[in-house]
Ligand binder design. Structure first.
Ligand SMILES: *[C@@H]1O[C@H](CO)[C@@H](O)[C@H](O)[C@H]1NC(C)=O
Ligand SMILES: *[C@@H]1O[C@H](CO)[C@@H](O)[C@H](O)[C@H]1NC(C)=O
Ligand SMILES: *[C@@H]1O[C@H](CO)[C@@H](O)[C@H](O)[C@H]1NC(C)=O
Ligand SMILES: *[C@@H]1O[C@H](CO)[C@@H](O)[C@H](O)[C@H]1NC(C)=O
Length: 455
């Protein structure tokens, strides 16, 4: 009796198994692929078993493995050609791979495993992430304050929305609203009441994580052009009178001229690497050997368009999907790449004074990635800032129309010069430059259709 009992217990336990999913939830971007992990314990050979992955309907499986092979056309046509088993079946790994994820793929998947005498199942939740649009602002006067609202559409799952001031501090609001459309995409909006300001911009960022985030900035300004104009005029007259008076006093020797503090001040305001004078000297030498770059047509993708000259790109006509999908700085790269020495080139970012509302100029590798991108970007109202740190504004003398860039493999730096004012703007230290090839990047931004140009 005992022997029989032991024998049956052994055979029974060899056939019995449980199904486990190491993580109950998997999250991937729309268009990418996902692995839904699922395995057997003990790690039995699952080749002889029936394996069924289904979402809502057992009889309409996503994938069916039976009679030693994956069955063709098992059920749900939505998944045809996009699913496969990727694990080692003989080691009990029955994980599912799903390619070209669509929003509709999100949801709970059941991993169902059946032997002759036993079956078990477990479920995995798939979250499909979709990045929404850049935030759009609207401003309205409200008493002596400004009502600033921010809205962004087309997210999945539900994004977070954060207001921040110029220094990156969070601004609290209790007015955040979510709406889900028929496709399951979420839009978010929020508003804040603020004191009007001419210099303190605020940002609204909407995102799924720090890496998957879209940010916009706005000046909470009241439309008081006339008053501002009159105030400026009065102030200018006042300054002119004072300056004239001072000049007269200096001329008469009553007021000794003071040494200029300009240089020390410049040192302070230029971060990262010190002597901007050194960069300017280098620039004066290199500008004679300026290289004229051309745009690589293969990198100039919709919504960007190239001009005939081969050196200019501008934002073409926008379709609705452009607004929702693309970056606010779609890039185009140069045909020419650099991997040693010092190279100098120029980019005209604004041909008519003050017409360009945004641009980005810098270098990256091919294909462009966030890690290899080093650039300065400009947005109307926000000024010039490093792509790596949107909260730092770079002081520039007046309006920048032409930038000079020095890519220096010797010192491992990238420097930006304001060509019109012959002043140094910024120098970045570049990491891991060895054995890599960099390309010049230009982006005309999305806010207007004026070109930026290798000049
Ligand atoms: C499980 O998923 C969570 C979030 O979805 C993630 O933070 C965690 O690292 C995952 N764990 C494993 C073992 O993959
Ligand atoms: C996924 O999409 C890409 C491009 O849209 C296509 O080339 C590829 O064949 C698709 N793969 C599957 C398995 O459907
Ligand atoms: C199964 O194999 C896949 C692909 O090799 C792997 O990503 C996954 O972690 C494995 N899962 C289990 C449960 O062993
Ligand atoms: C601010 O504007 C939003 C819409 O943009 C509106 O819903 C909200 O009521 C306004 N707030 C106030 C206090 O007027």
């Amino acid at each position: 009796m005992l022997l029989i009992f032991i024998a049956s217990a052994v055979t029974f336990s060899a056939a019995e198994f449980s199904v486990f999913v190491p993580n109950g939830s998997v999250s991937e971007r729309k268009g990418s692929s996902a692995v839904l992990p699922c395995g057997l314990t003990p790690a039995l050979n699952a080749k002889m078993f029936d394996l069924r992955w289904y979402k809502n309907d057992y009889n309409n499986p996503v994938l069916l493995y039976k009679d030693l092979k994956v069955q063709e056309n098992p059920g749900d046509a939505q998944y045809r050609g996009r699913v496969s088993l990727i694990g080692e079946l003989d080691k009990g790994n029955v994980s599912l791979r799903l390619e070209n994820l669509t929003l509709a793929d999100g949801g709970e998947y059941v991993c169902f495993v059946k032997s002759d005498i036993w079956y078990e199942k477990a479920s995995v939740n798939l979250i499909v992430r979709v990045l929404g649009s850049f935030p759009l602002f609207s401003l309205a006067e409200f008493g002596d304050q400004v009502n600033v609202s921010c809205a962004s559409t087309g997210w999945s799952p539900k994004p977070t929305l954060t207001w921040r001031d110029k220094r990156g501090r969070e601004l609290a609001t209790s007015h955040i609203y979510y709406k889900t459309d028929s496709k399951g995409l979420v839009s978010v909006s929020s508003w804040l009441l603020l004191s009007p300001s001419e210099s303190e911009w605020i940002s609204c960022s909407v995102g799924l994580s720090d890496q998957e985030m879209k940010e916009g900035r706005v000046l909470p300004r009241k439309e008081i052009w006339r008053e501002a104009f009159i105030a400026t005029l009065v102030l200018s007259l006042f300054i002119v009178i004072i300056l004239t008076a001072l000049l007269l006093l200096v001329r008469k020797g009553l007021f000794p001229p003071r040494p200029s503090h300009k240089n020390t001040k410049e040192e302070e305001t230029l971060p990262l690497t010190g002597p901007s004078e050194e960069r300017l000297m280098m620039w004066r030498k290199l500008r004679k050997n300026k290289v004229k770059l051309t745009v690589d047509p293969e990198t100039c993708k919709k919504p960007l368009t190239m001009k005939q000259d081969g050196a200019s790109v501008y934002r073409g006509q926008l379709s609705k999907s452009d607004l929702f999908q693309s970056s606010s700085f779609p890039p185009a790269l140069s045909k020419e790449g650099f991997s040693s020495g010092q190279t100098y080139w120029e980019v005209t970012v604004d041909q008519k004074e003050n017409s360009k509302k945004s641009w980005c100029v810098g270098v990256t590798q091919k294909p462009p990635t966030e890690e290899t991108l080093t650039a300065l970007c400009y947005e109307e109202h926000c000024g010039i800032y490093p792509s790596t740190d949107p909260h730092t504004q770079i002081p520039a003398e007046g309006h920048v129309t032409t930038l000079g860039l020095i890519l220096d493999f010797k010192h491992k730096t990238l420097s930006f010069i304001n060509v019109d004012k012959e002043s140094h703007l910024q120098t970045f230290r570049m990491n891991n430059m060895e054995n890599s090839k960099y390309f010049a990047l230009i982006s005309p931004g999305m806010k207007d259709s004026y070109p930026v140009k290798f000049s």
